[in-house]
Design a protein around this ligand. Structure first.
Ligand code: SF4
Length: 313
């Protein structure tokens, strides 16, 4: 990761001197190097040492001490004149798409990826077209400003392709499982770094989620978790969910951690903060943490076959 000359120029154009820096976990080890380079360029850098999960989680409280905040690794969720976003692009050799070809069964597919790879999508479309496959890349939601971009809380760019088959290029299983649940499409997941490809089957995860709903049925105390991070707050949804049963109350939190949930001592929680919490972190939580649609199933206002993966609009 390099400190770009464009960023230095932009900071100078803005007459910024004090510069706050925010990095997600995977890039935090770069913080000292980037800050030192900025210092040599005459700026006064200030690193946010708090956890950072996404652009939903801006360290904008540091703007009380800095002229500008530079947020690394994520695309903007909303425009802000005091925040600069530095997407950290990651290249891969397009020839890696070759290993996905035997799994592609349609001549028209949707193509999506995460923000690190969106700069390669046009070339990937061309590459696939030369092999007889029309790859459709669509705009997503305001949370995903780059065409073809998906986030753990927004699969809109996949949904809008309307394709029966979707190729996801990126790492991890959360995004492709989410895409399958959100679209109902056949999803092929290609990890371009590990050079692994697979057809996604979300049914195992769904079975686990249904078992979790059942295990929460007898809970006498339920907390509807509302995040105090600006880009994760869903107060209207949380209030509507809390109104579904007398057993549920609102709980506001900056950080949803197993320790805090244990201290609160409720028998079940419903997560309206980052959707990934309920899915990815369930093994760490002491009791069931349901998604909004799972809680609606529990309360009998949604049927089992209307299961919806959690997304933030
Ligand atoms: S809400 Fe979660 S998935 Fe969405 S941007 Fe924030 S951290 Fe990422």
């Amino acid at each position: 990761m390099i400190l770009s000359s464009d960023l230095i120029r932009t900071l100078r154009e803005r007459n910024a001197r004090r510069v706050a820096l925010q990095f997600p976990a995977g890039l935090k080890r770069e913080a000292f190097r980037i800050a030192s380079q900025l210092k040599k360029e005459g700026f006064e850098p200030l690193i946010s040492g708090d956890p950072c999960y996404g652009a939903c989680d801006l360290a904008d409280d540091l703007l009380a001490e800095a002229d500008v905040l530079v947020h690394f690794g994520h695309a903007p969720l909303e425009p802000s004149s005091q925040v600069l976003y530095e997407i950290v692009s990651r290249d891969f050799d397009l020839e890696v798409l070759t290993i996905a070809l035997p799994l592609i069964s349609e001549t028209r597919i949707g193509l999506v990826t995460t923000v690190q790879h969106v700069h390669l999508l046009d070339r990937a479309v061309q590459w696939l077209s030369e092999r007889g496959i029309q790859a459709v890349v669509m705009e997503g939601s305001p949370r995903t400003p780059n065409p073809g971009q998906v986030l753990g809380c927004s699969f809109e760019a996949a949904r809008r392709t309307g394709a029966k088959e979707i190729l996801f290029v990126g790492t991890g299983l959360f995004h492709p499982i989410g895409i399958q649940l959100a679209t109902g499409a056949r999803v092929i997941s290609l990890d371009p770094i590990a050079r692994e490809v697979q057809v996604i089957d979300a049914s195992r995860m769904l079975r686990k989620r249904f078992a979790l709903i059942e295990s929460a049925r007898g809970a006498g105390s339920m907390g509807i978790l509302v995040s105090l991070k600006r880009g994760q707050q869903r107060w209207d949804l949380a209030r509507r969910l809390a109104s579904l049963t007398d057993r549920a109350v609102l709980v506001a939190m900056h950080e949803v951690t197993p320790e805090e949930l244990l201290d609160l001592g409720m028998e079940c929680y419903v997560n309206t903060a980052c959707p990934r919490l309920a899915y990815d972190d369930q093994p760490r939580f002491p009791v069931p943490v349901l998604t909004p649609s799972e809680f609606e199933i529990l309360c009998g206002v949604r049927s089992w076959n209307e299961y919806q993966v959690d997304e933030i609009p």
